[in-house]
Design a protein around this ligand. Structure first.
Ligand code: SF4
Length: 430
């Protein structure tokens, strides 16, 4: 979502003649768009600001803006502690970016823009074209969360659940497709809680699937309790809807799930996985896991390992629990870090083995890859298959923006290597 937000901030800033640059040492304005879910996010902000300060020690000071969820959660503290920061802009206020910059340019004092005005934000953004010209683009359709998992800051930094109108989303989809996007990932903190005047996520997906030049649709991140039968049906009947579902579970222990206030248990979760597999047998799953949530015993951890093995997630994102200031879980007693590190190592070893087994299975099989960009110097193109696996292929023709049938010939943890059907190696320089 931060990538989407950063692009939209750029679309807004263009109106006051700012351009994106890769030449950091000559920049006039730095925007650090932050994510509070990351560990030590605030320290990273101070570290980055320190880097900018050093770079500009003998030059004119650039404008420094901290945007995103760290700005929302700790804006006033940031402004008071680090004088080099000129403004903080929360995730629901970045439509006020230009106003903020103009105030700073006019030598006004520090600006704190952390209102929760998501309706006003999208009203403003709807009048500004989305200029992303990537083959694969993100599009925010929903923001915020009403679930209040005890470890999570999102309900406090992004606010209540809010869904954009289908009309606005379809219009933005057309903008992206007209700029060359072939794949769109619909984003939301609780994307499958999407509800605009009674229309749910599957209604929206069916609507945008009518856009002829849009070839692939994905969505993230889902909550198990919001996964309704319509969405399962959409997976069964819509070829454009990709068969990888990111479905965070966090723990395989009912006790821990209850303590986290996740609102589902392991049985519900497995039942949902089975329903989806029945509807579309080739479907695969990825998930998020918190290892060592306060109170997690060895038995709870083993239950998580059991779930990992049972579902055989093709991708997992696992972290040792770390407290986020202001969340209810932050007050709980943490387990000894040495024990948690051991558990994480065990978990990640099993997850890696499952992933390698899955990847090995793909070798010598056909795969449909949408190519996004060129990498390296040897006519190599990077793309993703239907399950979001990274694939690299050599080709003498430009593959960017094309969906090609590829034979997978090799692979490692992170990347698969493939060859185009009828690929003629003689056409290549070594
Ligand atoms: S459902 Fe997701 S975003 Fe909402 S509180 Fe729980 S972890 Fe955070």
């Amino acid at each position: 979502m931060n990538e989407y937000d950063s692009n939209r901030i750029y679309d807004v800033a263009k109106k006051i003649n700012y351009k994106r640059t890769t030449n950091l040492s000559e920049t006039d304005c730095y925007v650090l768009n932050t994510c509070h879910i990351r560990e030590k996010a605030t320290e990273k902000v101070y570290h980055d600001v320190g880097r900018i300060k050093k770079e500009f020690r003998n030059k004119k000071k650039p404008i420094v803006v901290v945007a995103g969820c760290v700005a929302q959660a700790e804006g006033e503290i940031l402004l008071n502690r680090e004088r080099y920061i000129d403004a903080v802009i929360g995730p629901q206020s970045y439509h006020q970016f230009n106003e903020t910059i103009i105030k700073i340019e006019k030598n006004q004092k520090k600006v704190n823009s952390t209102n929760f005005d998501v309706i006003e934000k999208f009203d403003t953004l709807n009048s500004i074209k989305n200029t992303s010209n990537k083959t694969s683009s993100f599009l925010t359709i929903q923001e915020g969360c009403d679930k209040f998992c005890k470890f999570c800051v999102v309900p406090y930094t992004r606010g209540q659940e809010f869904s954009r109108s289908i009309e606005e989303i379809v219009r933005e989809c057309y903008e992206l497709v007209n700029n060359g996007s072939k794949e769109i990932t619909l984003l939301g903190q609780n994307v499958n809680a999407y509800n605009f005047k009674g229309k749910n996520l599957s209604d929206l997906i069916f609507e945008i699937s009518k856009i002829k030049e849009l070839k692939r649709i994905r969505y993230t991140t889902s909550h198990p309790i919001d996964f309704n039968p319509d969405l399962i049906e959409a997976h069964q009947s819509l070829k454009k809807l990709m068969p990888l579902i990111h479905l965070p579970v966090q723990s395989g222990s009912d006790k821990i799930l209850k303590n986290m206030n996740r609102k589902h248990n392991v049985e519900d979760y497995l039942e949902l996985i089975n329903k989806l597999r029945k509807a579309k047998p080739e479907i695969e799953f990825s998930s998020d896991f918190i290892i060592g949530y306060p109170g997690e015993t060895e038995d709870d951890f083993n239950a998580t390992l059991k779930l990992l093995k049972e579902v055989e997630f093709i991708n997992t994102y696992s972290f040792i629990y770390s407290a986020r200031p202001g969340t209810p879980a932050a007050k709980l007693q943490k387990t000894d870090e040495t024990i948690l590190k051991k558990r994480l190592t065990v978990f990640q070893k099993v997850a890696r083995e499952i992933k390698m087994k899955y990847k090995k299975n793909l070798i010598n099989k056909k795969s449909l890859v949408l190519f996004e960009n060129k990498v390296g110097k040897n006519n190599e193109f990077f793309g993703r298959d239907e399950f979001s696996n990274s694939v690299i292929v050599k080709s003498h023709e430009n593959l960017i923006g094309k969906i090609e049938e590829i034979k997978i010939i090799d692979g490692n943890q992170s990347t698969l290597f493939g060859t185009k059907k009828n690929f003629n190696k003689k056409n290549f320089a070594a």
